[in-house]
Design a protein around this ligand. Structure first.
Ligand code: NAI
Length: 221
């Protein structure tokens, strides 16, 4: 079996392609679990509801060219896409704000399966001191700076009120955090070497609401 190997280190992959990679990774992971070794772009297309030509274009970025009549090697693509997404390494993270959302994230075990290891949660509410969530301790914010100095933490998730987010993000950055997973509904202006990924569940809900409206319009006609 021949797979064209491309040196991925030197390839620039567009943001649009990158944004689709987690979904490919998830589907390929499901296929692997089902014991599927290879899949045609047509079958993957039906499963993912993306056109086969889009899949071919996207996956060609990774040298995972399916051979005519043979299909894609599922394990190879899964591994390569995982590498691009940095999932071949572990990433230690902390959660700032151990309220409803912070605890929900901490309770989600699947992050660990993708290599994201939760090391601690932090909060200002003394009632949460010493509480542990799935074996991970909640610490008070006055322990944060020492904790960051003693532990290699790459990512901080911000699940605190938006009024506190800017101030806390600054403290995190001053103490070496280079990646913030921001759930607070506020924009963070941080140095260029800090990556911020903001998540707004309500955006997704609004998208759903838009689609409901569109469907109603179509049925009216
Ligand atoms: P919550 O009130 O249950 O939890 C907030 C926690 O932050 C509390 O435990 C509080 O003691 C702690 N906190 C307050 N100031 C702090 C500080 N300076 N340092 C450390 N901890 C501090 O609120 P919930 O529901 O968990 O929401 C948290 C944040 O996430 C809010 O800003 C909310 O708007 C946002 N959110 C965002 C979503 C999204 O899709 N982006 C979805 C749901 C909530």
């Amino acid at each position: 079996m021949r797979w064209k190997v491309v040196n991925l280190e030197h390839r620039k992959i567009s943001r649009a392609v990158i944004s689709r990679l987690p979904r490919y990774h998830r589907y390929l992971g499901d296929l692997l679990e089902e014991g599927v070794e290879r899949i045609s772009s047509n079958d993957l297309s039906k499963k993912m509801q993306v056109t086969a030509s889009q899949i071919r274009q996207d996956l060609n970025n990774f040298g995972g060219f399916g051979q005519q009549g043979y299909g894609y090697n599922v394990k190879y693509l899964y591994t390569e896409i995982g590498k691009i997404l940095g999932l071949d390494k572990t990433h230690n993270f902390i959660i700032i704000g151990a309220g409803n959302l912070g605890q929900a994230l901490a309770n989600y075990a699947s992050f660990e399966r993708s290599g994201f290891i939760l090391k601690s949660l932090f909060d200002v509410n003394p009632r949460l001191e010493g509480v542990s969530i799935r074996g991970v301790q909640v610490r008070m914010m006055d322990e944060l700076v020492d904790f960051l100095a003693d532990n290699e933490i790459e990512i901080a998730a911000l699940t605190i009120p938006k009024s506190k987010a800017v101030e806390v993000a600054d403290i995190l950055v001053e103490n070496g955090i280079k990646a913030i997973w921001n759930f607070a509904h506020t924009d963070l202006t941080l140095p260029k070497d800090v990556v911020v990924e903001s998540v707004h569940l309500s955006d997704s809900l609004m998208q759903l609401s838009y689609n409901i409206n569109q469907r109603k319009e179509v049925h009216k006609k």
